[in-house]
Design a protein around this ligand. Structure first.
Ligand code: ADP
Ligand code: F6P
Length: 324
C-alpha cells in the first residue's frame, strides 16, 4: 500500500494538562520541521479543532518552554467532540488546513477522540500519553506523572512536619482519577502508614483499630494517603475522628499536582516520545499510541491504548505495612 506523504501535521493537547506537555509539543514541532514537515498548533484541544483555532508553528514557537508546566497550546475538555457533528466539524477544519495527520497529546479520553478520527473519518492520528494519572494502556509511564508524584511527595513531607509536631493523624488525598498509581508510589516514598487505592479493597473500621493499637503503643502521628478514586479524604478523616476520637486533619492536594516545572524524567520522556510519534507518521503507521515499556519504545493501536490499564501494585501495597 502506498504510504501517504506527510507534509503537514497538527498537534494538540487535550484533557487534563500535565507537566511535560510543553516538552512534548517542542519535540513534535522541532522533529517534524527537521523532517521538512510543517506544523500547525491547535489551541484548546478538540474544542479548538472544532472552532478552527489553528496557528502555524516554527522553530522559535517552542523556545524556552521545555522547563514550563502547563501547555502553550492550552487544553480543554470538549463534549461536542464526542458527537459525530462535532467530529465532522473538526474534520472540515483538518481538511481546510491541509493537515495530513494529527498528534494528540493527552490521556485515555483524548485517545478515544484520536481513535474516532482515525477509525470513523480516516484521519491519520497518533497519540502521546500526556496525563499525570499513568492510566494509559501500552506504556509504563505517562508524561507528567513523575512530576506530579514529586510534587505530592514534597507536600506530604511538609505535612509530616506538622503531623509529628502536633501529634496528629493526616489524611492526604491525591489525584489519579480512577487509578491508584500516584497514591501507592507517593505513599511508599513518603513513608505513609496507610494507603487507600481503588485497586484494593479496604476496611475503614480495621484501619481505625490499627490506629488505636498503634496509639496504645505510643505512636502519635500518621500519614494516610487516599487516592481520589478510592474515597473522599474528608470522609475518611471524619470516620477516623469519630471512631478513634483522635485529632485527624485532611489535606486535598488537588491541582498543585498538575502544575510546576517538569522533572528531567518527564522532559526526557516527552522529548523521546514526541520524535517517536512523528516518526510513526512519516512511516505511515497511523492510529497508534507511543509509550515506554521496560525502557524501550512501545507502539500499540489506539484501540488497545484506550483499554483500562491494570497496574501491578501488589508488591508495593504489601511493602507499606511492613516498612512503616
Ligand atoms: P484525558 O484525555 O486526560 O483522559 P478526558 O477524559 O477529559 O481527558 O478526555 C479529553 C477529551 O477527549 C474530551 O473532553 C473529549 O473531547 C475527548 N473524548 C473523550 N472521550 C471521547 C470519545 N469516546 N469519543 C470522542 N472524543 C472523546
Ligand atoms: O486526568 C488528570 C486529572 O488531574 C485527574 O487526576 C483528576 O481527577 C482530573 O484530571 C481533574 O479534572 P479537572 O482538572 O477537570 O478538575
Amino acid at each position: 500500500m502506498k504510504t501517504k506523504v506527510i507534509n503537514r501535521i497538527g498537534v494538540l493537547t487535550s484533557g487534563g494538562d500535565s507537566p511535560g506537555m510543553n516538552a512534548a509539543i517542542r519535540s513534535v514541532v522541532r522533529y517534524a520541521l527537521h523532517n521538512n514537515i510543517q506544523v500547525l498548533g491547535i489551541l484548546r484541544g478538540y474544542a479548538g479543532l472544532i472552532n478552527d483555532e489553528v496557528i502555524l508553528m516554527d522553530h522559535r514557537s517552542v523556545s524556552n518552554i521545555i522547563n514550563r508546566g502547563g501547555t502553550i497550546l492550552k487544553t480543554a475538555r470538549c463534549e461536542e467532540f464526542k458527537t459525530r457533528t462535532g467530529q465532522r466539524r473538526a474534520v472540515e477544519v483538518i481538511k481546510k488546513h491541509d493537515i495530513d495527520a494529527l498528534v494528540v497529546i493527552g490521556g485515555d479520553g483524548s485517545y478515544r477522540g484520536a481513535q474516532a478520527l482515525f477509525k470513523n473519518w480516516g484521519i491519520p492520528t497518533v497519540g502521546m500519553p500526556g496525563t499525570i494519572d499513568n492510566d494509559v494502556c501500552g506504556t509504563e509511564r505517562t508524561i507528567g506523572c513523575n512530576t506530579a508524584m514529586n510534587t505530592a511527595l514534597e507536600a506530604i513531607d511538609k505535612i509530616r512536619d506538622t503531623a509529628t509536631s502536633l501529634e496528629r493523624i493526616f489524611v492526604v488525598e491525591v489525584m489519579g482519577r480512577h487509578s491508584g498509581y500516584i497514591a501507592i508510589n507517593v505513599a511508599i516514598g513518603a513513608g505513609a502508614e496507610e494507603c487507600l487505592i481503588p485497586e484494593k479493597k479496604f476496611s475503614l473500621p480495621k484501619m481505625c483499630k490499627d490506629i488505636e493499637a498503634g496509639e496504645k503503643k505510643g505512636k502519635s502521628s500518621w500519614i494516610i494517603v487516599v487516592a481520589e478514586g478510592a474515597a473522599s479524604g474528608e470522609e475518611v478523616a471524619k470516620k477516623i475522628t469519630q471512631v478513634t476520637k483522635l485529632e485527624t486533619r485532611v489535606t486535598v492536594l488537588g491541582h498543585i499536582q498538575r502544575g510546576g516545572t517538569p522533572t528531567a524524567t518527564d522532559r526526557i520522556l516527552a522529548t523521546y516520545l514526541g520524535a517517536a510519534a512523528v516518526d510513526l507518521l512519516i512511516k505511515g503507521r497511523f492510529g497508534k499510541a507511543v509509550g515506554i515499556i521496560g525502557e524501550k519504545l512501545s507502539v500499540v493501536d489506539l484501540g488497545v491504548a484506550i483499554k483500562k490499564r491494570k497496574i501491578n501494585i501488589d508488591a508495593l501495597y504489601r511493602l507499606i505495612r511492613i516498612v512503616t
